[in-house]
Design a protein around this ligand. Structure first.
Ligand SMILES: Nc1nc2c(ncn2[C@@H]2O[C@H](COP(=O)(O)OP(=O)(O)O)[C@@H](O)[C@H]2O)c(=O)[nH]1
Ligand SMILES: [Mg+2]
Length: 339
């Protein structure tokens, strides 16, 4: 196993969701060497301690679109390049659907590629109640797939257990803690309280063709492994064709009572749940969790996702000018309108 020299694995959070998730992840992962943050919103960056930060100057008096944010990021290219400089592996994390994450994640993925890094984009997809965000989210996801070596889809609805009377802030915190527990276990080094899968196997999984999904569920029932595993797999099955999965990592996070037999059960059951006996399954165990067992499944090889339907122009896109990807806010643009 090759071990990357220190400083070479970078996690970069973009936009409000990306910044919050990476900031929380920085306290959990032992495998990521450095953390960086990029946003248009000063408040996102002010809430973070440590790491390298870049603020894109954006007007606050108008509603921005992803292409406007891309236009506004042009003067900051050198700063964005400096964020990824020297990294061998770059994990880009962004919530898709609004202006910043959707606009900048693909730009940064391209910059990271140019710098010679292997880029893994972790795309957090909008909640079901955010229908208006679907169009840009679908578009940005497809673009990230084209640019990045690996794309991991995390759906906010899969992270959420119940919304009944929670505030939006509480919903975000719950979703983030679920995502960060999975990512933290997945991206950790060997220690007294974990038997991780290792960076090479994580990358080997996400570098398969197509999309990867990261889904998780927790259970405290007597049958907790089976129950949490099946809920995590159902989360994926609602969004992609499970039979297409060819590689997977099962991550079990529990307390010191977690038995080896539970890992064996999870590994054995996964292929039948996916309906593919050929699937290559690795596992990772962390004893840093609580009495509830959290089972996360990272699975890859999906040719398509439900989000492909989010872009009603998908089939036309090849005949539409796809180079018009940068624009500027009103008052600054010099292009004549089409009308
Ligand atoms: N899981 C999670 N999702 C978030 C968080 N903040 C925003 N989102 C979601 O991420 C998507 C993009 O929102 P946001 O990050 O605010 O947009 P941006 O700042 O313009 O990139 C939306 O679906 C939001 O609901 C967060 O802290 N955690
Ligand atoms: Mg924001």
């Amino acid at each position: 196993m090759s071990i990357a020299p220190s400083g070479q694995v970078l996690a970069l959070g973009i936009g409000s969701a990306g910044v919050r998730i990476v900031s929380a992840l920085s306290k959990e992962t032992t495998l990521v060497d450095r953390f960086a943050y990029l946003s248009c919103d000063r408040a996102d960056l002010e809430s973070v301690e440590g790491g390298q930060k870049v603020l894109i100057d954006c007007p606050i008096d108008q509603k921005l679109t992803p292409s406007m944010v891309r236009g506004l990021s042009i003067p900051h290219q050198a700063e964005m390049r400096s964020l990824v400089e020297g990294a061998r592996v770059v994990f880009i994390i962004a919530g898709l659907g609004r202006a910043t994450g959707s606009g900048l994640a693909p730009v940064v993925a391209e910059i990271a590629n140019e710098s010679g890094a292997d880029t893994v984009s972790i795309a957090v997809m909008p909640f079901g109640f955010e229908e208006k965000l679907r169009f840009y989210a679908g578009l940005a996801l497809r673009r990230l797939r084209r640019i990045s070596r690996g794309v991991v889809v995390v759906d906010n609805d899969m992270l959420l257990k119940s919304t009944s009377d929670a505030t939006l802030k509480e919903i975000y915190d719950l979703a983030n803690s679920e995502a960060v527990t999975s990512l933290g276990s997945l991206l950790s080094n060997q220690s007294e309280d974990s038997i991780p899968v290792g960076l090479n196997k994580v990358l080997g999984t996400v570098f398969q063709h197509g999309y990867s999904f990261l889904s998780s569920a927790s259970s405290g029932s007597p049958d907790k492994t089976e129950e949490a595993l099946s809920r995590a797999v159902i989360g994926i099955s609602k969004r992609a064709e499970t039979k297409e999965a060819n590689h997977a990592v099962v991550v079990l996070t529990g307390d010191s009572t977690l038995r080896a037999g539970e890992t064996a059960t999870a590994v054995k059951r996964l292929s039948s749940m996916f309906g593919n006996e050929e699937i290559d399954v690795e596992y990772s165990v962390s004893y840093r969790g609580g009495a509830q067992l959290q089972v996360s499944v990272l699975a890859s090889g999906f040719k398509a996702t439900r989000y492909d339907d989010y872009d009603p122009l998908a089939s036309l896109r090849t005949v539409i000018d796809d180079s018009m990807e940068y624009s500027l806010p009103s008052g600054l643009e010099s292009l004549p309108s089409c009308e």
